[in-house]
Design a protein around this ligand. Structure first.
Ligand SMILES: Cc1ncc(COP(=O)(O)O)c(C=O)c1O
Length: 374
């Protein structure tokens, strides 16, 4: 049996008529950049996560950069970023001229280890980027408390966290995007809410940040040729807005399917070999399982075995950010990030997507079991 890592084709076929019509409308109306489909999507997404403003932009990496620029972060500033994330989380910091400061991840949740943040704070620190990695919200209460003590901004990188929920001591259950000063999303095709090309969003409950982010993403414009400051060109295009608008309606249902698939894996993989199934605190988080990441000391051999049996698994991420050649200049050693450095050789992402069937999951589970019985 062949099991893909994600199945965008079967998802497209399940909504083909609606998507085709929405795309056709854009072509007919030649509303290629921004336009009504983008505006409708921005409103729809803001409503879906209960946030005041949503600004559609070119991609999730730009969204982070725009968020940092909106908060006036730049040369001379330091920004704390988790060691375990996709490079976009740190790349954006460098792109605005600030310095990246990595903090190791928590051994159970894989998110930033909040007990290690404060020792990384200096008088140059301006912000913490809280990444909701794999679709599990980061520890926002602790992150916000640290930010409050040191007068720092909090930027949520929710590229993997569409509709994920976190229970905060002050506000109860809320979706990610509501906790930091500003937050960002990616709609890369393979994300839980994926466009048919690159797309992203900046969201915030702050009117002033929303205005600045929207202007920054559109050449610092007030009106067509009146520019208050220099910005960049990072606008969501009409085709992506149209596709995302259709898909947004299905996102709650798809999210529940991911949750059911994750439950099923957890139930059936618990106690198999030396596998550690994902941990999350049910009282605090409702993850959306962008990725289902297990850990095993035999990761490379298991990955090979799955591949031989037709199962596409992945590693997110095979080299922790501080260990990448791109960050050698920071002078960090692998031993400074013991958890991320050890886990980069143990983590394995199993295929999880709304369309995965029980039969496919049983095949994955049985193939994993067979590997450990060998
Ligand atoms: C955690 C994280 N942050 C940021 C990004 C950047 O998003 P994009 O690929 O849309 O630029 C991604 C996605 O690739 C991501 O996984």
């Amino acid at each position: 049996m062949n099991i893909p890592f994600v199945d965008l084709k079967s998802q497209y076929h399940s909504i083909k008529e609606e998507v085709d019509r929405a795309v056709f409308d854009i072509l007919e109306n030649t509303a290629f950049i921004k336009g009504k489909a983008v505006e409708d999507f921005e409103k729809g997404f803001a409503a879906a996560i209960d946030v005041k403003h949503c600004i559609g932009v070119g991609n999730g990496t730009d969204a982070l950069m725009i968020a940092l620029k909106t908060l006036n972060i730049g040369p001379g500033d330091e920004v704390i970023v988790p060691a375990n994330s996709f490079i976009a989380s740190s790349e954006a910091v460098t792109a605005v001229g600030a310095r990246v400061v990595f903090v190791d991840n928590h051994p159970d949740t894989y998110n930033i280890d909040v007990t290690k943040i404060e020792q990384a704070v200096t008088d140059k620190t301006k912000a913490i980027i809280a990444v909701h990695l794999y679709g599990q919200p980061a520890d926002m209460d602790a992150t916000l408390a640290i930010a409050g003590r040191h007068n720092l901004y909090v930027i949520e990188d929710s590229a993997q966290g569409h509709l994920a929920e976190y229970y905060s001591k002050n506000g109860g259950w809320k979706m990610t995007g509501n906790f930091g000063h500003i937050a960002t999303f990616s709609f890369y095709p393979g994300k839980n809410l994926g466009a048919y090309g690159d797309a992203g969003a900046v969201v915030t409950n702050n009117d002033e940040y929303a205005k600045k982010a929207r202007m920054y993403a559109n050449h610092g414009r007030i009106s067509k040729y009146d520019h208050e400051f220099e910005g960049i060109n990072s606008r969501m295009d009409g085709l992506q807005g149209a596709v995302l608008g259709v898909k947004l309606k299905y996102l709650p249902e798809w999210t529940e399917k991911r949750r059911a698939a994750a439950d099923y894996y957890s139930k059936h993989l618990k106690g198999v070999g030396d596998i550690t199934i994902p941990f999350f605190d049910k009282q605090k988080v409702k993850p959306v399982w962008h990725l289902f990441v297990v850990r095993t000391k035999k990761r490379d051999a298991l990955l090979e075995h799955l591949k031989e049996q037709g199962i596409s698994a992945g590693i997110h991420y095979p080299i922790a950010l501080p260990n990448l050649q791109a960050y050698r200049y920071l002078g960090g050693r692998a031993s400074d990030f013991p958890v991320a450095s050890a886990y980069q050789n143990q983590i394995l992402s199993l295929p999880v997507y709304p369309e995965i069937t029980r039969e496919q999951q049983d095949y994955v589970v049985n193939t994993v079991k067979a590997f450990f019985l060998k």
